[in-house]
Ligand binder design. Structure first.
Ligand code: SF4
Ligand code: SF4
Length: 223
């Protein structure tokens, strides 16, 4: 009987590229720890621990926890950038955002949230809400001391709890906040320039009509 054809796949382990002394990795790790310990007495960057909670290590610029809402100016609720468009609510994977649009007595949209809640016990810190917001309104926070035994009272964040100033944003994420501020200013300048051009055009169109209206009574008087 023929023996089975040899397979092309070799299941044997790859040959070692170099000899490794047993325990060398452990010794290297201990050397790094020893260096850190000794140099931490005179080199600040070697200090890998801080006296928490009295001291806090700076968080990485990419660290993110739960979202917050940005407001402009001094009035948190009046200055919220959020227009209650609900895009973030629709895109949130675990559906932990709840928004109700504010309306006037005639039912007309006031383009602001009456209710804006995030259940942070459900939020999975994905940052999608911050990515999809077209109004630079929602960003990811770096706050991490949120432990509580009050599941519904303390972990359901309302808009008052979510609101953070532009200064807070600039302090937390300087590069992102500066980029957003520059873009918003450019957009605002563009809008103002367009408005000024529109007004100038309207004025130019109005002047000949006024002149004509002035001239007509004079002609009538002369005749
Ligand atoms: S970070 Fe993700 S899970 Fe949390 S509110 Fe935003 S979209 Fe939802
Ligand atoms: S945070 Fe942004 S995406 Fe969400 S409702 Fe407000 S404006 Fe729309």
């Amino acid at each position: 009987m023929d023996s089975p054809a040899p397979t092309t796949r070799d299941s044997s382990p790859p040959p070692p590229t170099r000899w490794a002394v047993p325990g060398i990795g452990l010794l290297k790790g201990l050397a790094v720890t020893g260096l850190n310990m000794l140099q931490s007495y005179y080199r600040k960057e070697r200090m890998t621990t801080v006296q928490y909670p009295e001291e806090r290590a700076p968080i990485s610029p990419n660290f993110r926890n739960f979202p917050f809402l940005v407001y402009d100016g001094d009035e948190a609720m009046a200055g919220l950038r959020c227009t209650a468009c609900s895009i973030c609510e629709k895109e949130c994977p675990p559906q932990c955002i709840y928004i109700v649009l504010d309306r006037d007595e005639n039912g007309k949209s006031l383009k602001r949230p009456k209710v804006f809640d995030i259940d942070v016990s459900v939020c999975m810190n994905c940052g999608i809400c911050a990515e999809v917001c077209p109004f630079d309104s929602i960003y990811m926070d770096g706050e991490y001391e949120l432990a509580t035994d009050n599941r519904f009272g303390d972990l359901l964040f309302h808009k008052e709890r979510l609101a953070r100033s532009t200064d807070y944003h600039a302090k937390l994420r300087p590069l992102q906040a500066a980029e957003v501020a520059a873009r918003r200013k450019a957009e605002e300048d563009k809008k103002l320039a367009a408005q000024a051009a529109k007004e100038a055009k309207a004025k130019l169109e109005k002047e000949p009509k006024e002149l004509k209206a002035k001239e007509e009574p004079q002609k009538g008087a002369g005749a």
